[in-house]
Ligand binder design. Structure first.
Ligand code: PSU
Ligand code: MN
Length: 307
């Protein structure tokens, strides 16, 4: 293990790959601590890492463990972290205060982007990002993931966002923040469990090399922002859009009724949707994360070959 000036603990595999300019894909860890139950979270994390390796890239799961910012976890560390049900949820703003207490935390998309950029990693795979919550005109609940996309040059590969969020408003904020939203292989912006959200794709590119070229050019323009690469869930894994929408609406109403607020909102909704669908949403979630990891690895491989 090496500790850089920025106090990042790089795994040997990640340190070697970055030093040699080989492809690396960052992975977040709030999906492990707050997005899925144990032990499904561990199985998901392991198979996502394996998919990235098979595609010729090095996975870098990012997490705060015992006060240290880890970029790449070995299997023993990953296993212990996935089993730690007391880990906090760290957005970018939480990292410093949690670290000085020696805490462990899953890093959200915003925190993972920040740490990936510090480490020099340009591609990041996840399931879904945070965004503008339904009712945000009253609650002001807008995920820091969107702020981070507006200022940190990392490409985030996701399956869109769940309709626990207000998808049209989320797309508006991304447009305001000058964040490219590129849909892989579809004219429709996807909605996580479903291939279509009802919104059109702001941009569409059909192959990883073209996406890598767009990432390079976006950076060369001095844009300074991240990119959102939306990858629709495979048809065979998609859930019935109307049925899942009812479940999501019930979970959102329950959260409001119980007065759930702040950083608890997203974990509460994810857990309720998993429970209400009796595992069907979890299976779809795992399938789409794997699909995103594969695309992210292909993009990272294409990017590494560009210079
Ligand atoms: N959406 C999902 N699964 C997740 C998350 C969002 O479908 O696991 C997690 C991600 O880590 C994301 C975070 O960055 O929730 C957003 O939290 P918030 O809405 O509190 O910003
Ligand atoms: Mn929030």
């Amino acid at each position: 293990m090496t500790t850089s000036a920025a106090q990042l603990v790089l795994s040997p595999a990640v340190a070697d790959a970055l030093a040699a300019g080989r492809p690396v894909v960052a992975l977040e860890s709030t999906i492990i601590t707050h997005g899925m139950p144990y032990p499904d979270n561990l199985a998901m994390a392991r198979s996502v890492e394996a998919i990235i390796r098979e595609a010729g890239a090095v996975p870098a799961t990012i997490a705060l463990i015992a006060g240290r910012f880890h970029i790449g976890l070995d299997d023993a560390l990953l296993e212990a972290f996935a089993a730690d049900r007391n880990a906090a949820k760290a957005s970018g703003r939480d990292l410093a205060a949690l670290a000085v207490q020696g805490a462990s935390a899953g890093t959200t998309v915003s925190a993972t982007m920040l740490l990936a950029a510090q480490a020099g990693i340009r591609v990041f795979a996840t399931g879904g990002i945070g965004g503008v919550h339904r009712g945000a005109e009253n609650t002001f609940d807008i995920s820091a993931d969107l702020t981070e996309l507006g200022r940190t040059p990392v490409a985030v590969v996701c399956a869109g966002m769940k309709s626990i969020l207000d998808i049209p408003k989320t797309l508006e904020v991304l447009e305001t923040q000058r964040v490219p939203v590129i849909v892989h292989g579809s004219d429709a912006f996807p909605a996580f469990f479903a291939r279509r959200s009802g919104e059109a794709a702001p941009q569409r590119l059909d192959d990883p090399a073209a996406i890598a070229a767009a990432i390079t050019l976006h950076a060369a323009l001095g844009s300074g922002t991240g990119l959102l690469i939306a990858n629709p869930i495979p048809e065979a894994d998609a859930l019935d859009a109307a049925a899942i929408e009812q479940t999501i609406a019930a979970a959102v109403a329950e959260a409001a009724g119980r007065g759930i607020a702040g950083k608890e909102v997203t974990p509460f909704l994810l857990a309720r949707i998993n429970a209400l669908t009796e595992g069907r949403s979890l299976a779809a979630n795992i399938a789409l994360v794997k699909n995103n990891a594969r695309l992210a690895a292909r993009i990272a491989v294409a990017l590494a070959g560009r210079h």
